[in-house]
Design a protein around this ligand. Structure first.
Ligand SMILES: CC(C)(COP(=O)(O)OP(=O)(O)OC[C@H]1O[C@@H](n2cnc3c(N)ncnc32)[C@H](O)[C@@H]1OP(=O)(O)O)[C@@H](O)C(=O)NCCC(=O)NCCS
Length: 306
């Protein structure tokens, strides 16, 4: 279905779009989808469906039922993706996705010709994976600020600050989980007990910001290697400053500690996800040296794909 021609074109396209993208692997398993452009060029894709079980962590950022398209648009620019999305819309007519559902596509952020096709079909750029490979910048923290690693005793503060991110994200995305606290509690407890790199900033002894981080190894054959260049990456999972304390340089000082610590321990860089519609993080992260690598396109519910 997805032959050598489409795979070679995909590799050339990704390499031309962004030198930091990993070389695309072969097509994933799933339902094949085929289409042709107006000029007769054959394109193809694979559709995967998954249902997240109640209580699983994926539900913090994902719809429960997900249809994901992996396009292989050849050398067709906007047109091939447009044709595949039309074919996908047609195939979805036979399904009943329900309200807690989404159609998603993960695509290189810098492949500009694809963007128009996604927008035309009702997909929105819900999130980006952004990376930072620059050496850490020195930062003079505000006078009364201390930054330290959190311990299991800090659970309540860590949970409250983590929740602050979800409260804010609920305002700036269409994704709201009233049960966010229940969903994230077990993992937070586990990570604190394992002494994961979860950083707390304190002002006068009061916790004012959190950077919940971890390590991700991008090794050949792993899921991480499909998204990131090979190496050991610092993953910045969740960062928040208490609402009343934002805009005072706390986030900047906290991240300078995080970046210095990851670099000292041999990270090739750091990466994170942010929502382009978040007016705070979409400015904060690029100023911190992050730039988009992958964009996560989504339409909810899945039946709203145009
Ligand atoms: C993103 C966030 C963690 C940044 O933390 P912070 O402590 O406000 O960061 P800083 O003060 O160092 O920098 C914030 C920037 O916004 C500016 N700013 C000014 N007033 C602000 C205000 N009232 N609120 C927020 N930011 C403000 C700051 O001046 C600064 O810009 P600068 O680089 O030009 O100085 C914080 O805004 C936050 O908690 N947002 C809600 C949760 C969230 O979106 N998390 C990120 C998920 S990916």
């Amino acid at each position: 279905m997805i032959g050598e021609r489409l795979l070679a074109a995909q590799r050339a396209r990704f390499a031309a779009a962004d030198p930091l993208l990993p070389m695309p692997a072969g097509p994933p398993d799933g339902e094949p989808l085929t289409a042709a452009t107006a000029s007769g060029e054959q394109v193809a894709g694979v559709v995967q469906t998954k249902t997240h079980a109640p209580g699983t962590l994926d539900l913090l950022w994902s719809a429960q039922r997900v249809w994901q398209l992996f396009p292989f648009p050849g050398e067709t620019g906007t047109e091939g993706i447009d044709a595949l999305l039309r074919a996908w819309r047609h195939a979805l007519d036979a399904e009943s996705p329900g309200p807690d559902s989404a159609c998603t596509v993960t695509w290189p952020s810098r492949d500009a010709p694809a963007i128009r096709a996604f927008l035309r079909h009702g997909l929105v750029p819900i999130s980006v994976l952004a990376i930072r490979t620059a050496p850490p910048a020195p930062e003079i923290p505000p006078a009364d600020l201390t930054v330290r690693l959190a311990t299991p005793e800090d659970f309540e503060e860590v949970l409250a600050l983590t929740k602050a991110t979800f409260d804010y994200t609920a305002l700036v995305t269409s994704h709201e989980r009233p049960d966010a606290v229940e969903l994230m509690t077990p993992q937070l407890k586990r990570n604190l007990a394992a002494r994961a790199p979860i950083w707390l900033a304190e002002t006068g002894g009061v916790a004012t910001a959190i950077a919940d981080c971890g390590w991700v190894e991008s090794a050949p054959g792993t899921w991480a290697a499909e998204l990131l260049p090979l190496g050991r990456w610092g993953y910045v999972n969740n960062v928040a400053t208490r609402p009343g304390a934002r805009g005072n340089g706390i986030g900047r000082a906290l991240m300078s500690t995080v970046h210095r610590d990851f670099a000292a321990r041999g990270a090739v860089g750091t990466y994170l996800y942010y929502n382009p519609t978040n007016p705070l993080s979409s400015v904060f992260w690029p100023r911190q040296g992050y730039r988009p690598l992958w964009t996560f396109w989504e339409v909810q519910p899945a039946s709203a794909l145009r």
